[in-house]
Design a binder for this molecule. Structure first.
Ligand code: ADP
Ligand code: AMP
Length: 216
């Protein structure tokens, strides 16, 4: 099972990724989480990534592609994986395609979670995340059981620095210009499936499981 999750920032990719990866027992590869871990540890990659992420811009393709290539070579990716937040440009999608081709493999599905722009600002400004395990919460739509604490690992949850209204608007523009073309890219390759991401979290998950059930 090799899944790509597509959709604008705030579509619910991270939220659904956790449930999908639990159910299908595949690693959740979130490029955003990998960058954030590097930023918190002040690695050279983290220092470079921060320059772009805090402004809402994409990290350059060559850096991102190398990082993902390395991650996909790991032992736990042998039987499949879910990519959340990658690819985000046509260049990245072509790189992934080359990577798969070299191994005689193909994508199972590119799942597009569709959410109109008017939902996104409220979702993103109310988002709270766990810096330790990456779980995503919301002040109104998905509150943790104990206020301020992650349900999964108990860490204090925080607001991401790039979840301000101004940065979210920039990220939406970047999505439209650079990532939206991937919808046609995957449609042309007959691997695109769409789900309505405006529904409740459990209903979106149910739709995704129905799609995945048909693919395996
Ligand atoms: P992405 O990874 O696509 O940027 P997240 O999964 O982090 O998005 O979700 C963004 C915010 O919206 C989070 O605060 C999350 O709790 C909330 N959220 C996710 N899915 C839904 C949904 N179906 N309905 C309402 N809120 C949601
Ligand atoms: P996310 O956690 O997916 O919302 O990603 C947070 C930020 O990390 C994005 O706004 C980008 O700046 C950066 N990022 C994540 N994935 C990629 C990618 N595939 N290509 C370039 N930048 C990325």
């Amino acid at each position: 099972m090799k899944i790509v999750l597509l959709g604008p920032p705030g579509a619910g990719k991270g939220t659904q990724a956790k449930s999908i990866c639990n159910r299908y027992n595949i690693p959740h590869i979130s490029t955003g989480d990998i960058f954030r871990k590097n930023m918190s540890e002040n690695t050279p990659l983290g220092i470079e990534a921060r320059k772009h992420i805090d402004k809402g811009y994409l990290v350059p393709d060559d850096i991102t592609i190398n990082m993902v290539y390395e991650r996909l070579q790991a032992e736990d990716c042998k039987d499949g994986y879910l990519l959340d937040g990658f690819p985000r440009t046509v260049k990245q999608a072509e790189a992934l395609e080359r990577f798969l081709k070299e191994k005689n493999e193909s994508l199972t599905v590119a799942l597009l979670i569709q959410v109109p722009r008017e939902f996104i600002i409220e979702r993103m400004t109310g988002r709270r995340v766990c810096p330790a395990c990456g779980a995503s919460y919301h002040t109104k739509f998905n509150m943790p059981i104990i206020a301020g604490k992650c349900d999964i690992c108990g860490s204090d949850i925080i607001q991401r620095k790039d979840d301000t209204e101004e940065t979210v608007r920039e990220r939406l523009d970047v999505y439209k210009a650079q990532t939206q073309p991937l919808i046609d890219f995957y449609e042309d390759r007959n691997v695109l499936s769409k789900v309505d991401g405006t529904k409740a979290i459990n209903e979106v998950f149910e739709s995704i499981c129905n799609i995945l059930g048909e693919k395996i």
